[in-house]
Every structure is written in structure tokens, then in C-alpha cells.
Design a protein around this ligand. Sequence first.
Ligand code: ZN
Length: 115
Amino acid sequence: MDNLFCLRCNSEIEAGQKSVAVYMFAQTVGVRPRQKSSAQRICFCPQCSVSLAMGPPPEGALNAAAWQMMRELVGAHPALNEAAWESLRGNVGLFLENDSEDAARPTGTGGYFEF
Ligand SMILES: [Zn+2]
């Protein structure tokens, strides 16, 4: 099984690691023979999932559709938020272990996101 990467931040998502997978396929309608494309799997790490869901709607119909799905998941249950929070704490410990003031502050202003 090949390893996957978060589409937004490109961090590696190992098998069994918490993440969000977006499956996408295309299918013909009203056309014979009916055709169906293979499915693409797009992955987001918990931080990016939450970040995207909390952010403003992105440009583009496909991006907006994915954004709506993220909002649905993130809004339905705090599990994803907790996973993002846990990994954020892990990263903060790695990079800023000697500066607790900065560690408490989220990095980046997060205005606009791209899929
Ligand atoms: Zn990510």
C-alpha cells in the first residue's frame, strides 16, 4: 500500500493515521453506455481539515463542494478537532519547546486556503 500525502500541507499520512479522505469519481448520465471513471482518493490531515472547514469558502465549484463536506464532518463531531489539537500540541513541543509564550499562539493568520 502506498503512503498518502495531505493535499494541502503535503505531510505524509501513514496507514491508520487520523485523516480525512475525499473520494471522487465521475459518471456519465443519460449517455449509453454508462461510463464511470476510476475513483480518486484525496487526503487531508486533521489540521488541514479543520483549518479548511473553519476558513472562508474557496473559489471554484469543486473546491466549494469539498469545503462543504469538510464543514459537515468537522461540525458534526469534535473528534477531528481533537485529532488536530493533539498533533498541533505534538508539533509545538517539537519546534518551540523553549518558548511557551509563542507555543500558545497559533501560527499563521490563515486568511485564504487553496485545495
Ligand atoms: Zn495537511
